[in-house]
Design a protein around this ligand. Structure first.
Ligand code: PEP
Length: 255
């Protein structure tokens, strides 16, 4: 079963449209013409229009960092799937631990967004991951299993080709602490087993599971060499072209 690597950059609440333009131009210069691995950038909403124009003629994909579950209406400050589609966004990060922590998102509310995303033909990058307390008390796989089962409730098998999962241990995000290669592989394999129970072996073996949490050029090759690690969701190291593109190169080299 061949799963193409996806290297996605989560720019979070960083970069003005001008700064975003410069960064995506640098990324395009390195990754814009290759098709060996998929590369996706996820700028803040305000930069989506300029970055959309810049990636239009390239192989770089465009992602958003969130969306609302409803198609339209009185939801001040929110953005719908259709609005993202109108800017040629193909991917949307959903359930990031920062949104779970600061914005009260739950497996249930994220599930509504995931279903709305696929309804609009957007590819959800569904983030899951355990906290340090949960890991230390031996609950990692229980937490991941609930996040997968509840977040993907009623997910239609016919849309599984749209789905991407990102395993992001909360204790590794923005902390400089990375899961070891073995810890990442163990979690990814466990997630794939849950997917297999839900959707069957064949579907499960074709769903990409990205690793996220302080991925950088120095640790990318080891993580990407794990059989169930199918790419990375990169935060801090995606804010400059050099480390991000070095991770892309590491993915290409490991093919
Ligand atoms: C993230 O926020 O998705 C992330 C993985 O961040 P960082 O790479 O900075 O840990």
């Amino acid at each position: 079963m061949s799963r193409k690597f996806l290297i996605a950059g989560n720019w979070k609440m960083n970069l003005t449209p001008d700064e975003s333009t410069s960064l995506v131009e640098e990324i395009n210069a390195v990754a814009g013409n290759q098709t060996s691995v998929q590369v996706c950038v996820c700028p803040p909403f305000t930069s989506l229009p300029v970055v959309s124009e810049k990636v239009e003629q390239t192989e770089v994909l465009l992602g958003a960092q969130n969306m609302h579950a409803q198609p339209s209406g009185a939801y001040t400050g929110e953005i719908s799937a259709e609005m993202l589609r109108s800017l040629y966004v193909s991917h949307v990060i959903l359930g990031h631990s920062e949104r779970r922590q600061y914005c009260g998102e739950t497996n249930g509310s994220i599930n509504q967004k995931i279903l709305a995303a696929i309804h609009a033909n957007l590819k959800p990058i569904y983030c899951i991951g355990e906290t340090l307390d949960e890991r230390d008390s031996g609950k990692t796989m229980d937490v991941l299993s609930s996040q997968v089962r509840e977040g993907l409730e009623n997910f239609p098998s016919s849309a599984l080709d749209l789905l991407v999962i990102a395993y992001e241990p909360v204790w590794a995000i923005g902390t400089g602490k990375t899961a070891t290669d073995e810890m990442a592989q163990e979690a990814h394999l466990g997630i794939r087993k849950v997917l297999s129970e839900m959707f069957g072996d064949s579907a499960s073996s074709s769903i990409r599971i990205l690793y996220g949490g302080s991925m950088k050029p120095e640790n990318a090759a080891g993580l990407l060499a794990q059989p169930d690690v199918d790419g990375g969701l990169i935060g801090g190291a995606s804010l400059s072209a050099k480390p991000f593109c070095d991770i892309v190169e590491a993915a290409i080299s490991s093919l």
